[in-house]
Design a protein around this ligand. Sequence first.
Ligand SMILES: [Zn+2]
Length: 250
Amino acid sequence: MLVETISPGNSKTEDVHRREICTAGRWLHERHFAPATDGNISVRLNGSAILTTPTCLSKGMMTAEDLVVTDMQGRPLCGTRSPSTELAMHLSIYRVRPDIFAICHAHPPIATGYAAAGLALDKPILSEAVLSLRCIPLAPYGTPGTTEVCDSIEPLLRQYEAILLANHGVVTYGPDLLTAFFRMETVEHVALVSLVTQLLGKQSILSAADVEKLLAARSRHLGRPHESEAAPAANSRDNEIAGAKSGRPR
Ligand SMILES: [Zn+2]
């Protein structure tokens, strides 16, 4: 049986992008991250066009012809279907982050459970998660399909690549589709491990010194300024994230 793959990088023909978005959609669906017609995926084709999944279609059943090309204002340029109802959220991410070329939005059940409980995944309990995502903040609730979602994530976009959407789901993004998809898998894995620690009744949180070393390694890998100023609160009971509204239930 042929193994479906998504190759790293974003320098591909539109046909390859179409095929790989369909593959990512099947992977989201198979992992129960996108039941029914939930979820959406997009890729920035160039400076002025976005290739995105259509609305009202299972991400496990898409064909390359089902995808839609829009301009940066969301106006359809190519395709017979309507674009995703969350396209505005995708466009707002592309506008704020010129380094981002692919976005996945889904409802993975455990991470979405945290989002529905009003809990960020921001405690440094897994070294690999700190390296890859630093932490996963929670954006305040916004009505899906409206600019409320764009407004709720906007303060977090520059610092993070994976965000929980309160009472809704998860959005991840990266320099290519494979990275954005992997980040979605990482979010659900972090949520699962966090849940297990809650069930065991004990979380061993990394020390501030250990988090600092991980963030330094992350900054070197990403070629970014050191991020320790806004690091997750190690060994702290403070679970709030700068930019997200406080007052949510714990
Ligand atoms: Zn959604």
